[in-house]
Design a protein around this ligand. Structure first.
Ligand code: NAD
Ligand code: ZN
Length: 348
């Protein structure tokens, strides 16, 4: 079957490749409809590795996916052929200790689409466990379905923050993930979100959502702005979504005493943080690794109209244009939030 294959760093091809297609009794076969281009896909393309995950053999990219069920295994009861679905790309060992604790995202044996050596789904068909396949509500499009994966990171961050109604949150970094976190924080009860970046274009996209205010750190220190906005008290929750070492310096002065700092961004190298500053205010620190048990809730929020991810889809490329989509993504244009690739041109 034809797939978008990362052959080696910097080299993509759209070519035939043998992919596993055996169905188990708990699996579904899915015709892929839309797949989003993620920062991690682009990083494998441009750098050939993320941390210890290194491209050593050709790998199919893509993990933010929606599609249509075309076959169900004998034991599958909650899905039928024809169902429109989106898929969670990380599959844990269901009998593992982490899975039994409900933290299956940190199961050391988890396999995740487009994370070497596991192939992704920029291809016409895939087989997936039914329990990690979610039916799309009728009013949620395939394009929105493919946005659930990055939004799930925001959901996980909001969950880990333990937001209380009326909280003020600061989100550092208005990239795709920062905006997803800001939207999940609002849906989770924050009264307002202050979001920072150096890019005016990114801030304009984020601030177009009601409840989100952009702060350009080129115009002054984020700390001063947050203190001015909160009467000198600080934010209830600070979400670090830039991964930039420079953003770590003031984290524990931006958060209020007793507030929470949630680490989402992944700095490429270890960074120093102010433990004494955090301790003096008894700040809670949380980390986020992907997500667990949030897909249903993400879909419920989208279906209820409480979260609108549609404005974040910048452009959609047809499957034969996949390589062009990745070249464009590698340019990292500030106006591009999410590029998507549409594989199935027949279903609506
Ligand atoms: P991105 O590059 O699109 O966004 C990062 C944004 O931060 C950019 O807009 C950049 O201008 C801005 N920025 C840089 N320095 C800043 C600073 N000092 N203050 C404020 N903003 C600053 O990346 P993304 O796809 O949105 O991902 C964001 C981070 O989240 C990355 O580090 C990524 O690896 C990480 N990530 C983590 C998880 C997880 O499970 N923890 C999942 C996905 C992505
Ligand atoms: Zn992703």
């Amino acid at each position: 079957m034809k797939a978008l294959v990362l052959e080696r760093v910097g080299e993509l091809s759209l070519r035939d490749i043998d992919l596993p297609s055996d169905m188990g009794p708990d699996d579904v076969r899915i015709r892929l409809h839309t797949v989003g281009v993620c920062g991690s896909d682009v990083h494998y393309y441009t750098h050939g590795r993320i941390g210890d995950f290194i491209i050593t053999a050709p790998m199919v990219l893509g993990h933010e996916a929606s599609g249509t069920v075309i076959e169900t295994g004998a034991r599958v009861t909650h899905l039928r052929p024809g169902d429109r679905v989106c898929m969670e790309p990380g599959i844990p060992d269901p009998t593992s200790r982490a899975a039994r604790l409900g933290i299956y995202n940190v199961d050391p044996s988890v396999t995740f689409w487009a994370t070497p050596p596991v192939h992704g789904v920029l291809c016409p068909e895939t087989v997936h466990p039914a329990s990690f396949t979610y039916k799309l509500p009728d009013n949620v499009s395939f394009a929105e379905g493919a946005m659930v994966e990055p939004f799930a990171v925001g959901m996980q961050a909001a969950k880990r923050a333990r937001i209380e109604p009326g909280d003020t949150a600061v989100v550092i970094g208005a990239g795709t993930i920062g905006i997803m976190v800001a939207l999940a924080a609002l849906a989770g009860g924050c009264a307002r979100v202050l979001i920072s970046d150096l890019s005016e274009t990114k801030l304009a996209i984020a601030s177009a959502f009601p409840g989100i205010t952009g702060i350009n750190i080129r115009e002054g220190a984020l700390l001063d702005r947050v203190l001015a906005e909160t009467g000198g008290w600080g934010a209830d929750v600070v979400f670090e979504c830039s991964g930039a070492a420079a953003a770590m310096r003031d984290l524990f002065r931006i958060v209020r005493p007793g507030g929470a700092v949630v680490f989402v961004g992944l700095p490429p190298d270890p960074v120093a943080i102010d433990i004494s500053g955090a301790t003096a205010r008894e700040c809670r620190m949380e980390t986020v690794f992907r997500y667990a048990n949030v897909y249903d809730r993400a879909l419920a929020l989208i279906a209820a109209g409480k979260v609108d991810l549609k404005p974040l889809i910048t452009e959609t490329f047809a499957f034969p244009e996949s390589i062009r989509a990745f070249e464009r993504a590698a340019e990292a244009r500030p106006g591009d939030v999410k590029l998507q690739i549409r594989i199935d041109m027949e279903s609506e």
